[in-house]
Design a protein around this ligand. Structure first.
Ligand code: UD1
Length: 422
């Protein structure tokens, strides 16, 4: 297993190109099951989660090959409709194959994902939506066994009780091949959902209302393969912006979509950063300690839950008290005890963290618990005095491509080392 060794105190300065979005890739790869043939997906990030999904698709007979940022996927010979536990337990997004398999092959057996490091993450909305399309869903030995009715899935009116990225994606992928019309209301509008909807349209699907909370889908009998470019990763971009802000640096990010980051840029400005947007580039300059700036996470276009932990690290630098409320994942605060080990002063009251900024942070050994919590520990270590070790960095490798090289190129003192620790 690897760890990162970081010596704090250097500002992030320079220019980097943002990678393709992890969460968009994890939606568009399963969509390739909807039409047999070869796909060329460009701007694909080289991440552990992408390899995991490639292996899962490989176990179904799909050939997936990543050359630099070009992912070639061949779905001509599907031999199995099963997503085994060994893959789904590594990455919940594996559950996204359920909708496409059911729609195209009429059957699927997909392991239930279970909980994750920050609490329960149910899939009831995915299953309810698919049932509305006529699927019979049985739960057996930790697996969802889904079967389409005689003649295939049928269009339906589906309202999601909660805005869910994964449920919207899964049910939308099933509905595009269902007979008749489907309406999805209270659909998620995250850019990754919109990117998937656009890909489906390019494949021949009929979807109206893309980018809104109501999607009108007219089923088609078959789809065709496409070449698709993945949208930029707004969470990677947000993490680097926050990193530059907290180290009082100056960075320019290229190949971003600033519209996707509007809520984050607004909060960075509120905290005192200067942010310039020029086409698809964003430049951030910060010369002072941030003003205490509260955030509350909410579905897009609100402040993303995936940047909440990093924002907490940032607010440790503020001269005063701020609060962070996570309304999406109320238990997503596993980074707090680790940040306390670096000297942070954070108190929890249900799903709100109260951060008393301005305390001196000192290097320590801390442990990654999940992807974004790990990013917040790295950011805190970049400003802590002395040396920190971040253990279990495989979480980071799931969602940040070569983060130590990218941060190193921006001036951070960070290196990866092997460790015996488990
Ligand atoms: C996706 C992202 C994840 C991000 C999250 C919220 C991917 C691969 N992951 O996760 O990085 O943090 O969106 O922006 O795209 N819920 C239910 N029942 C369900 C499904 C969800 O109650 O069947 C709840 C969840 O517990 C959560 C909320 O709905 O409280 C939103 O979750 P959801 O949008 O589904 O997250 P994911 O798609 O799993």
């Amino acid at each position: 297993m690897d760890k990162f060794v970081i010596t704090g105190g250097k500002p992030l300065a320079g220019r980097i190109t943002i990678s393709g979005a992890k969460n968009a890739t994890l939606a568009i790869m399963p969509a390739t099951l909807l039409a047999g043939g070869v796909y060329h997906l460009t701007n694909t990030p080289n991440l552990r989660d992408v390899w995991t999904l490639s292996r899962l698709l490989g176990s179904m007979g799909v050939h997936a090959e990543l050359n630099d940022t070009d992912l070639f996927v061949d779905t001509s010979n599907i031999t199995s409709y099963e997503a085994p536990y060994e893959h789904v337990k590594k990455m919940r997004a594996s559950f996204h194959v359920l909708g496409p398999l059911l729609a195209r092959y009429g059957e699927a057996k997909v392991s239930l994902p279970g909980g994750c490091a920050w609490g329960p993450r149910p899939v009831d909305l995915h299953l309810k939506g698919l049932e509305k399309l006529g699927a019979q869903i049985d739960l057996e030995a930790g697996y969802v066994i889904a079967r389409a009715p005689e003649g295939g899935l049928r269009g339906a009116r589906i309202h999601f009780d909660i805005s869910s990225v994964g449920a919207t994606e899964n049910v939308m992928m099933a509905a595009v091949l269902a007979k008749g019309s489907t309406t999805l209301s209270n659909a998620a509008v995250e850019p990754e959902v919109t990117a998937l909807a656009r890909m489906l349209v390019n494949m021949g699907a009929k979807i109206e209302g893309i980018g809104t909370t109501t999607l009108e889908i007219e089923g088609v009998p078959e789809l065709k393969t496409v070449n698709e470019e993945t949208i930029p990763d707004r969470i990677e971009a947000g993490t680097f912006l926050i990193g530059a802000a907290m180290t009082r640096g100056k960075i320019t990010l290229d190949k971003t979509n600033p519209y996707h980051l509007a809520a984050v840029i607004a909060k960075l400005e509120e905290s005192g950063c200067e942010v310039d947007v020029n086409g698809d580039s964003i430049t951030l300059t910060m010369e002072t300690a941030p003003k205490p700036t509260d955030i509350t996470t909410s579905p897009y276009p609100g402040f993303p839950t995936d940047l909440q932990a990093q924002w907490m690290a940032y607010m440790l630098m503020a001269d005063g008290t701020s609060s962070i409320t996570d309304t999406i994942y109320t238990d997503r605060f596993k980074h707090v005890p680790e940040l306390l080990r670096l000297g942070a002063d954070v108190e929890m009251a249900e799903n709100t963290a109260i951060i008393k900024g301005g305390k001196k942070l000192s290097g320590a050994t801390v442990m990654s618990t999940d992807l974004r919590a790990s990013a917040s520990l790295i950011l805190a270590a970049l400003v802590a005095e002395g040396r920190s070790e971040i253990l279990r960095v495989y979480h980071l490798d799931r969602g940040y491509e070569a983060i130590e090289k990218r941060l190193g190129a921006l001036g951070a003192q960070i290196r990866r080392e092997r460790t015996e620790e488990f």
